[in-house]
Write a new protein. Structure first.
Length: 80
């Protein structure tokens, strides 16, 4: 007599591995985003003040701009 795995067990194992894969993917995406933010901050900090003014940001705004994008004081993103 051969034993066949029940479909319910197979589905739960698949769903479980998919949840793990999805969680791992989300962690990897967040890590890549943080690395990009760190690199952008480093590059912007290296620019002279007159180039930052040409871009439209001041040195004190670099952290906020790299985290959230350019926005107005209320927090909505500006559309140019």
């Amino acid at each position: 007599m051969s034993t066949i795995a029940s479909p319910r067990r197979w589905l739960s194992a698949t769903a479980s591995s998919n949840r793990f894969a999805f969680a791992a993917l989300m962690v990897a995406r967040r890590f890549r985003r943080r690395v990009r933010i760190w690199e952008d901050r480093r590059k912007l900090q290296a620019l002279p003040d007159h180039l930052l003014a040409d871009i439209g940001i001041s040195r004190s705004e670099i952290e906020r701009v790299t985290d959230f994008g350019r926005g107005d004081p209320v927090g909505r993103l500006c559309r140019f």
